[in-house]
Ligand binder design. Structure first.
Ligand SMILES: [Zn+2]
Length: 193
């Protein structure tokens, strides 16, 4: 998993999704959460840049001196609220950032073939709604808002306003599909005149 996820992180950097060392990633393997460490240029991210944390976000021995991502608690919250999640990807792609400035609480699309990239969506012929949450540095805010609006999070992803997206899945393949589907839908909506 570490090698494959590190490859994905470098590839997403190539797409411009993680400028200036930003974004963070995690996975669960053998009941252990591993999260990307802070401050790494994502073009050089390697399988050695993941550190283990416990269910409260605390870094495990012998990695205590290494700083995890500032947003580690968002990962912990997602794993807590969505037990099927085993891989979480975070992107600072411009498409969802721009979409979040045009919409309030939700981003809604319909009739796109690619919406079938979301697990459980069988047809283009339906509406897909992605929640948008305001940005915050206070992780307690995310704990409250994600818990309160959990039922709105149906497509294994959400947008944080003027910040980026989180997407997850039962494995890397599914998490990538959800993140890339959301980004594509945002890009299409933005391209409309
Ligand atoms: Zn971020």
């Amino acid at each position: 998993m570490k090698v494959k996820l590190a490859e994905t992180i470098r590839a997403y950097h190539q797409k411009g999704w993680s400028p200036a060392t930003s974004t963070n990633y995690s996975f669960i393997e053998n009941d252990q959460i591993w999260v990307s460490r802070s401050g790494v240029d994502k073009s050089e991210f390697s399988e050695n840049d993941f550190i283990p944390i416990d269910n409260a976000g605390k870094v495990q021995v012998p990695f205590e001196g290494i700083k995890p991502s500032d947003e580690t608690m968002i990962h912990v919250l997602i794993y807590h609220l969505f037990p099927e999640a085993k891989v979480i990807l975070h992107s600072h792609s411009k498409n969802p950032v721009l979409i979040s400035m045009k919409h309030k609480a939700h981003f809604m699309v319909q009739n796109y073939e690619v919406q079938k990239g979301f697990s459980g969506i069988q047809t283009h012929d339906c509406q897909v709604q992605i929640p948008i949450f305001d940005n915050a540095q206070d992780m307690r805010y995310f704990e409250d808002v994600l818990t309160e609006r959990k039922s709105e999070i149906k497509q294994h992803c959400f947008i944080i306003r003027q910040h980026g997206t989180y997407a997850w899945g039962e494995n890397l393949f599914a998490a990538k599909r959800h993140l890339e589907t959301l980004d594509y839908l945002c890009e299409c909506e933005l391209a409309q005149v």
